[in-house]
Design a protein around this ligand. Sequence first.
Ligand code: ACO
Length: 442
Amino acid sequence: MAKDTLTITDNRSGKQYEIAIENGAIRTADLQQIKTSAEDPGLVGYDPSFGNTASCKSRITFIDGDKGILRYRGYDIAELAERSTYLETAYLIVKGELPDAHHLSMWQHNITIHTMVHENIKKLMEGFRYDAHPMGILVGTIGALSTFYPDAKDIDNAEARRLQTRRLIGKVPTLAAFAYRHTRGLPYVYPDNEMSYTGNFLQMMFRMTERHYRPNPVLEHALDVLFILHADHEQNCSTNAVRSVGSSHVDPYSAVAAGVAALYGPLHGGANEAVIRMLQEIGSVEKVPEAIKRFKAGDGRLMGFGHRVYKNYDPRGKIIKQLAYEVFEVTGKNPLIDIALELERIALEDDYFVKRRLYPNVDFYSGIIYQAMGFPVAMFPVLFAIPRTAGWLAQWAEMVRDPEQRISRPRQLYVGEPTRHYEAIEARPEPLTREDAVDATI
Ligand code: ACO
């Protein structure tokens, strides 16, 4: 059977090349044979920010951005959000199949026995300033875990990989809650392994002097659903960071710390924090049209809108919007929801947003729920990092086992000066002013 190929004619040399197409992609390495001379290093693909470059083959998460579809291991996100739990979904993402009752119970046990952290981690936390951002603390403490588990370096050992996976999924909520308590000057609350994954996290966050802290089951469930929705999202900025850093064969704690650092940015996991700040700045429903005008004029962005992949309603956004009302039944309505609904209503009818296919993303409503549940804004990206840990680890393990993966090392197009010779300082021309300098922004 004839293979799918792409025929390229190089107008510089008149030569033709047949490039194989596999899984709807060409290998950009195949372009290297396209040369104008023996010295020519060959054609490269130029794709800043990887807008149209697949960096791996993956079996974990499927997204169809045009149709608004998100599936983990083939299961639709809405079905998982309705019927699964976060820990079961984490099992599915990490291991590829839904567990039977016995394996689910073993998995829950294996995660739960790793919720404690070494006491020295607490000392490390104490070194952070009282106003340290909890996401910064999380980057530091997850990275530090690598020093507590030197066995994590053995990345080619399946048993060692399994152990670090359980440890990380188990410990991340503890680190996250400790980071919050540190910034509040509150004593750290130790894990309670009798509780659910999210129930335990809520008690580590909010327990004060109660003898038996019991989280509200509606809020515990809502957080579990939010964790399912955030568990993986294929090759986004933070996952790419985990894979790229992990490709150097560093331990998974260091690789996941890189993922948390990437998630910290306002264009990624920091977006729900930015949404709340934006809604607070807008202040009232009446001021929404004026704000939309500003965003259209390029004065800021409508945070929580737009997505590199989804050119339709983010399927997670729909579920979260529904969840918001369940949470408000318990907590009372977050008044910011009215401003958000009005923004969405106007934006979805506005030519600027329609033409650019900008729809609400996962972050548009999640912050409003978190705020209603009592989480401070600075904890929002942390609440993203906790469940995403399962996705990062699944992606990391897939990368480590993939024989096609080598150390990540993109190419560049050098557009700087050609060879120059060093001149003595007295012989150099007048110094450049800041504005004249080539890299004037540095
Ligand atoms: N508000 C106003 N205009 C926007 C927005 C927005 N939120 N998002 C994109 N645009 C405009 C851009 O100005 C650009 O317009 P132009 O063609 O006239 O120059 C066009 O839409 C395309 O935007 P890009 O920045 O090229 O799109 P990209 O795919 O690179 O960016 C991103 C995607 C970063 C998510 C962007 O939409 C954005 O900044 N959104 C707000 C931040 C946000 O909500 N981030 C969370 C993403 S979800 C997540 O990480 C979990």
